[in-house]
Design a protein around this ligand. Structure first.
Ligand code: HEM
Length: 126
């Protein structure tokens, strides 16, 4: 269920289709969240597509995001938005629910969340 067992997170998470399902489960929760929803545009489709590309590469799949947009510089790309610790926690909470909804096994879910926790709090800027 991790690189230690010879496969990437990306593979354990169901590859491109698995990541797509996570992203599709995640953004409706983000949009409905009182702390997160107001930060995002009404048309969420382009954001979903970027996130699908980013998470694919973040978890060890093909570098879809960098191929299109160059170096991720994710903290810099989040600077225009007020990211508070509460918003980081909310983001992770939405992700936790999304992972659960896709039926991912608990052990993998926890490992995936752990990988996202560092970046989420690193993006805090307010
Ligand atoms: C900590 C809480 C977070 C908040 C409040 C947040 C919020 C946002 C917002 C408002 C945008 C811009 C949407 C737009 O295009 O108008 C965005 C873009 C994005 N976020 Fe986050 N985000 C958070 C954490 C994360 C994490 C942990 C990741 C991945 C590890 C991530 C990945 C992305 C990606 C890939 C984009 C698209 C970047 C681009 O424009 O190319 N975000 N986020």
């Amino acid at each position: 269920m991790s690189e230690q067992q010879g496969i990437t997170f990306f593979e354990a998470m169901g590859g491109e289709e698995g990541i797509r399902r996570i992203v599709e489960a995640f953004y409706p929760k983000v949009q409905a969240h009182p702390l997160l929803g107001p930060l995002f545009p009404e048309d969420i489709t382009p954001v979903m597509e970027k996130q699908r590309q980013f998470l694919t590469q973040f978890f060890g799949g093909p570098p879809l995001y960098s191929n299109q947009y160059g170096h991720p510089m994710m903290r810099a790309r989040h600077l225009p938005f007020e990211i508070t610790p509460a918003r980081a926690a909310a983001w992770l909470g939405c992700m936790e629910k999304a992972l659960e909804e896709t039926g991912m096994a608990k052990e993998l879910r926890q490992a995936v969340l752990q990988r996202l926790e560092g970046p989420a709090y690193h993006f805090v800027n307010s």
